[in-house]
Design a protein around this ligand. Structure first.
Ligand SMILES: [Zn+2]
Length: 132
């Protein structure tokens, strides 16, 4: 969550957005980083979920059925962020969740900057929860 904008260098904040895929599939609660500078508003999908999202889109194929997909059932990070968003009143719980999210994101950034593919894969697996 401490990531700086690649365009203007301002702080970026992680928010959840609904993303449309091929105008038919609504993917709910995708974590994206948005620049806090009003003149920039640069937006990008959080690195750590990019693979999960790519996989999901590949599985949907080029001509998907009209549907809604809850990304928080696919991605642990998204799930944690949804939990956080639902804890507006309880500051302590929210802080604990935010700490966990920050820790995982920091570790992923570190693995990424070291170019450690194995570690990145491991962290992604930790972040990915398969719901059966
Ligand atoms: Zn910016």
């Amino acid at each position: 969550m401490h990531k700086k904008c690649s365009r203007c260098g301002d702080d970026m904040e992680v928010i959840l957005r609904n993303v449309m895929y091929r105008k038919k599939v609504k993917i709910m609660n995708v974590p994206v980083q948005v620049c806090q500078n009003d003149h920039c508003s640069h937006l990008q999908v959080v690195d750590v979920v990019k693979e999960d999202l790519k996989q999901l889109m590949e599985n949907l194929g080029h001509n998907p059925q009209r549907q809604n997909i809850e990304f928080d059932e696919v991605s642990e990070l998204s799930h944690l962020l949804v939990l956080m968003a639902n804890q507006e009143e309880d500051g302590a719980v929210r802080e604990a969740l935010e700490g966990k999210v920050n820790e995982l994101l920091d570790l992923f950034l570190l693995a990424q900057s070291l170019g450690d593919e194995e570690w990145m894969r491991e962290l992604r697996q930790r972040l990915t929860k398969i719901m059966i």
